[in-house]
Design a protein around this ligand. Sequence first.
Ligand code: AMP
Length: 257
Amino acid sequence: MVYSIRMRSAKGGPHELGGLHISGAERLSEEIDLASNIESMVKRALYHTKGKADFIRLTIEEILQEKIKYVNLLPIKNYTGDHVSDGRQKAKELLISAGVNVKAIEIGIKSLDELKDNMRGAMILSSKTGNRLDCLGNRGIRVSRMDSVNEANLKKWLEKQNYTGIHIREAIILASKVVFHSDVVAELCWSDDPEYTTGYVATKEYYNRIVPLKDYGSQKGGRIFFVKDDTNIKNLQEYLEKQPVFISKKDGCNGLF
Ligand code: AMP
């Protein structure tokens, strides 16, 4: 049996009553791993660099096997610059090559920089105009119900490329699900973790890891999904939030993981 586990946590009460978002997490879990996955999510809410959550909501639901979709894991490319301005410049170039308009990119970056409070989810912007197309305010769209098919093999594959942190594991699974949708042109992200300055641009072809995309110590982070202008937002939201997706990869003679 497979279960979806979703966690969101805040400080100063629940999000809907003005609490500050501390952290969230989403997994698809086999029954045997359910308890340990829940434990690590609760620990993450309690011992986060952004503070100790006083509100934690966990939602656990059984997923029907036949509803699960399989999506390919994006390969990784890496870019390292000396300053945030180098990283942002690279992000712009990658987004332009993916088909996002310069004006939309500038609006997107400005919207993330000017966020007063971090969002729980992502903004959806038109890749042509930069207009915000979701009407979800500070909540945004929270991508859930996704995981890797085989955690141990994903870990090995990441470690072979010298990636060991939790951030990239979670981000590459999320990004692979997001850019698979035909209406999504690209994704831009940097973390709200003050100690983690790396971000990425995900396109249909690559997860482009970029160091740095924000200043060390900054608690500001966020995600933008740039989409086609005629996107049916309700359908996209349904896919991102509700469609269970396992991320897998063809790994030469080792087969699927
Ligand atoms: P993180 O990389 O976890 O630090 O998240 C950075 C930002 O991305 C958060 O502040 C949220 O705005 C957004 N975010 C995090 N997780 C998700 C998710 N599952 N779906 C959509 N947006 C997310």
